[in-house]
Write a protein that binds this ligand. Structure first.
Ligand code: SF4
Length: 379
């Protein structure tokens, strides 16, 4: 099992190097996609490798000439990496309308470190039953398809799109199976390992990731499982970025076991499939419009994140929620008070941990998590 994990870890330990090496070996192009819900399948169908942009582990320096320090880690990190030249291996970048902060990123990059291919998708806020929103989204997806065709000189046929959707659905279903195993056998894998497996799926070719994951799942299904001790908790939030691995270790060291989550580098990324139909672009539009997990960055008018969390926590038998708030993410911050009230009304203990770009005060976090553990009944 260790051998299989090595490849996942190679990508997440140094994504810049691992992706560049893949690019040199495959002689293919790489396109960075901004989180959280761009249709990667369209880029995959163009013959290039879509990789989800990530938060680096390096201190922000040059980036502060372009973005204020109160922007979220995702925006700061991508801009910092781009202006330092660390993303030069990317042949393209695709951005989307997500939150106010992220809307300035493509323009900063365009003016300072423009890649050969750049596209911006204006995905509209979600109004259910609103045909215009879906029509607009379809036009944006088609715009991406046309832009990629022009860039590569290759036609992206519906057949190619369906094949990419099939490959992506396969990977998503394997990741869902991995989560199912964790719910059934909490602690079977360390939290940091699950996180790195999901993150690796955003960085490496889905075909390779699925092959490794299939083997890993079959090993996990056979593996003897000794009931792990610990209070079951649910992780929520952490939009756009991966939380620090040390944070995952700390949760476990304090005697808690993560049984499920709705974080982006987690369940949110692979929760929903696109259907395999005669209209692949339409299927990806429908996937974008699926309402769960609730997403505050889609500009959805009616949003009941708190209710969804109450339901999920009860379903998986978690004893509390650890909210990871990407600092300072306005979409999450706007809905957090409502979530807090809903959880309190339902009697579900919750603790808020802010996730910053640079290394956070681990001692301060340890104290908060320790108190939370005592609150849910552990010492
Ligand atoms: S949604 Fe939040 S985390 Fe994502 S880019 Fe916007 S502010 Fe940052």
């Amino acid at each position: 099992m260790e051998e299989m994990m090595k490849e996942f870890f190679r990508y997440t330990s140094d994504p810049y190097r691992a992706i560049s090496e893949w690019k040199d070996a495959s002689k293919k192009k790489v396109v960075g996609v901004f989180p959280m819900w761009l249709p990667e399948e369209i880029i995959h169908a163009s013959g290039m490798l879509p990789v989800v942009m990530w938060r680096s582990n390096e201190a922000i320096t040059w980036g502060y000439a372009h973005v204020p320090s109160y922007n979220c880690p995702m925006n700061k990190s991508v801009v910092d990496d781009a202006v330092k030249g660390k993303l030069k291996f990317m042949d393209g970048m695709v951005f989307l309308r997500e939150c106010l902060q992220s809307q300035e990123v493509p323009y900063i990059i365009e003016n300072n470190a423009c890649p050969p291919f750049e596209e911006y998708l204006y995905l509209p806020p979600i109004y259910h039953g609103d045909k215009a929103s879906k029509g607009f989204t379809r036009d944006e997806f088609e715009k991406l398809r046309a832009g990629l065709e022009k860039f590569t000189g290759e036609k992206i046929t519906d057949e190619k799109l369906r094949e990419s959707i099939r490959i992506y659905n396969r990977n998503r279903s394997l990741l869902r199976r991995l989560y199912e195993i964790r719910r059934e056998k909490p602690g079977i894998l360390k939290g940091r390992d699950i996180l790195r497996i999901v993150w690796a799926s955003m960085l490496m070719p889905k075909e390779e990731h699925s092959k490794l994951l299939e083997k890993l799942i079959s090993e996990l299904e056979k593996k003897d499982y000794v009931q792990a001790k610990g209070k079951k908790v649910f992780l929520s939030g952490c939009l756009c970025i991966h939380p620090q691995l040390e944070l995952m270790d700390m949760i476990e060291a304090l005697g808690m076991l993560v049984v499920d989550d709705d974080i982006y580098v987690g369940y949110r990324y692979f929760a929903n499939d696109a259907q395999l139909t005669d209209d692949p672009i339409g299927a990806m539009v429908e996937r974008y419009f699926i309402k769960t997990p609730v997403d505050p960055a889609k500009g959805e008018v009616e949003l009941h994140w708190g209710d969804e969390l109450v339901e999920k926590v009860k379903k998986v038998g978690a004893e509390g929620i650890i909210t990871l708030l990407t600092k300072y993410c306005p979409p999450h911050l706007c809905y957090y008070p409502d979530i807090k009230v809903k959880l309190a009304d339902a009697g579900i203990p919750e603790v808020l941990i802010e996730v910053e770009h640079e290394i956070i005060s681990l001692e301060g976090i340890r104290t908060r998590l320790q108190s939370f553990k005592e609150m849910i009944g552990g010492v």
